[in-house]
Write a protein that binds this ligand. Structure first.
Ligand code: PEP
Ligand code: MG
Length: 583
């Protein structure tokens, strides 16, 4: 039995068998020297991995033939020929004997050399074969590393996914019903994979450093997404205790769920609005079940990420209308695409930037790709006839960008009018405040916005200069930092002075440790992953606005995030007799 502790980013408790998942591009191949007397055993490792890869390819080929997929079948046959080629095997053996390095390292090098040679060829056919070489040899490497190369969409058994990093596109594609938990070496609490895990209600722990190298497929795991503890191959008694905790956790969640009909109102009558963040249209139904009062953030870029390309107008209308119809009269805030950063869309070639987080992302992409942007706005406005639509722009850095985006929106409306298409005319338009320059000019942006929505995931990232996906610096991502509190106060006050709503859709809004402070600062609307709504509602109902106001005032006087954290913790214990992190 071995224990690890990481960053719990999606609550829940799960027990199950590990599936170590390496993506196709994994470059983490270990390198070590071997002795002459280890040559035989190293060669047998190769033969058995090669044999397993051949069996896998044969099975895939049978399936491709059954599905009459000639193209796939031809690829599998070419791959099989290569792995069965005795001359090629001899080449690998020769290299093993002369270099005395581990076999996966040798295969990786051969794969690099062969693909580089093919890539240099003037013949396009040969250049295309470079990909095949890398692909087929990685299949063997993955076998050697005990990782199964599986399609996450085809999972047919319950698994706990163990990986170095799970890409948002993998998380979208996986068979969610079969993934009981996710554990990753990399990642922070506000990385988009963590956000997706919460959206799908899958317990997750990130930032486990080297777990994916040490855990083997088939190991028994206990994942505690509340405490961040991961146990590998637990004893019987530890499993029994975990099952008990799991039962208790889900019973408590069910009890909180029963509060859904009650208003989100403090004991002294201060009413706020609780909304849901969603990433895929199918989530809307479940969100409604938690008693949310609308969608505060629909991350439309996931529509593009699932398709692997920007979808066309009709496809978008279908997705947006689905959400708007489910929500009826309740407001639905569609955010224009926030691609870039950790949400790369290959078709737009966003992967070659040195600093993607500070680069071509969100509204910057939209404004420089007017056709893409206009298509999205047309789809949103046209879908708007099905419900209560609001539109919101991500990553606005200043008034120029907001004005440009608003001008495009007006242009699209006028085109729709000319074309006599039905669309929603009077749509409130909001600005996301998630860049320090926007926070500092919130009073200016408020003049042209119908509402604000504070994106604390990015606001914390950019204010403290801490990459939200990098576990090495995640200790610095502290929403209690005095700089963040001052920033939030400035944004909320600026909104109220101009008479507009101050909403929040960053992860901070769904974390019970911050609820009292945010109420005290005067936040009007909290938007979060739907599963968090019952817990946040419970906190709001237990406190008074007056006392939260005093807490916020005192917190703003603190000089460090440690002090703010302690202040809030003490306040909770004295006011409520409990620590709300425990809910
Ligand atoms: C945020 O930055 O807080 C936010 C809600 O947007 P995203 O997480 O999609 O960047
Ligand atoms: Mg953001």
């Amino acid at each position: 039995m071995k224990k690890y502790t990481g960053n719990p980013v999606s609550s829940g408790i799960a027990l199950g068998k590990a599936l170590v998942y390496l993506d196709n591009n994994t470059s983490e191949v270990p390198r070590y020297s071997i002795q002459k007397d280890q040559l035989d055993s190293e060669w047998s490792r190769y033969l058995s991995a090669n044999g397993a890869a051949i069996e896998e390819l044969k099975a895939l080929n049978v399936r491709a033939k059954r599905d009459m997929n000639k193209e796939h079948s031809a690829i599998f046959e070419a791959h099989l020929m290569m792995l069965e080629d005795t001359e090629f095997q001899g080449q690998i053996k020769g290299r093993l004997e002369t270099s005395l390095q581990n076999i996966e390292w040798i295969i990786k090098n051969i794969s690099h050399e062969m693909s580089a040679m093919l890539m240099a060829s003037p013949d396009p056919y040969l250049r295309e074969r470079a990909v095949d070489i890398v692909d087929v040899l990685h299949r063997v490497i993955n076998k050697l590393l005990h990782a199964q190369r599986v399609s996450l969409a085809d999972l047919s058994e319950d698994v706990i996914l163990v990986c170095r990093e799970l890409l948002p596109s993998d998380a979208l594609a996986m068979n969610k019903a079969r993934v009981k938990a996710i554990v990753t070496d990399l990642g922070g609490a506000t990385s988009h994979t963590a956000i997706l895990a919460r959206a799908f209600g899958i317990p997750a722990i990130v930032g486990l450093s080297s777990a994916s190298k040490e855990i083997k497929t088939g190991d028994m795991l206990i994942v505690n997404g509340v405490s961040g503890e991961l146990v590998v191959n637990p004893e019987e008694s530890v499993q029994t205790e975990a099952k008990h905790k799991r039962k208790h956790y889900y019973k408590r969640l069910g009890e909180l769920q029963k509060l859904r009909a009650l208003p989100a109102e403090t004991r002294d009558g201060y009413r706020v609005s609780l909304k849901a963040n969603i990433e895929v249209p199918e989530e809307a139904e479940a969100a409604l079940g938690t008693g949310c009062e609308g969608i505060g953030l629909y991350r439309s870029e996931f529509l593009f990420l699932s398709a692997g390309r920007p979808t066309d107008e009709e496809e978008q209308i279908k997705a947006y209308s689905q959400v708007l119809k489910v929500m009826g009269n309740l407001p639905v805030t569609l955010r224009t695409a926030d691609v870039g950063g950790d949400k790369l869309l290959p078709e737009l070639q966003l992967s070659d930037e040195r600093n993607p987080i500070l680069g071509w992302r969100a509204i910057r992409v939209s404004l420089s790709q007017p056709e893409l942007f206009k298509t999205q706005l047309r789809a949103m406005l046209r879908a708007g006839v099905s419900g209560n639509l609001r539109i919101m722009f991500p990553m606005i850095s200043g008034i120029e960008e907001l004005e440009q985006a608003l001008a495009v929106l007006e242009e699209v409306k006028s085109e729709l009018r000319k074309q006599r298409k039905a669309f929603a005319e009077a749509v409130p338009v909001g600005t996301m405040i998630e860049i320090p320059s926007a926070a500092l000019t919130a009073d200016i942006l408020a003049e042209k916005s119908n509402f604000f929505s504070i994106g604390t995931n990015d606001l914390v990232q950019y204010t403290i200069a801490v990459d939200r996906g990098n576990e090495k610096v995640s200790y610095l991502a502290q929403p209690f930092h005095p700089a963040i509190l001052r920033s939030l106060k400035q944004i909320i006050d600026a909104a109220h002075e101009k008479g507009i709503t101050a909403a929040m859709c960053g992860e901070m809004a769904g974390d019970t440790s911050f609820t009292a402070l945010l109420l005290g600062l005067g936040l009007d609307e909290f938007s979060m992953n739907a599963l968090a709504i019952p817990r946040i509602r419970r906190v709001i109902q237990s406190v008074t606005k007056e006392s939260c106001g005093r807490l916020a005032k005192n917190a703003l006087r603190c000089t460090s995030y440690h002090d703010v954290g302690r202040l809030v913790e003490d306040w909770m214990l004295s006011e409520l007799g409990t620590n709300y992190k425990a809910i």
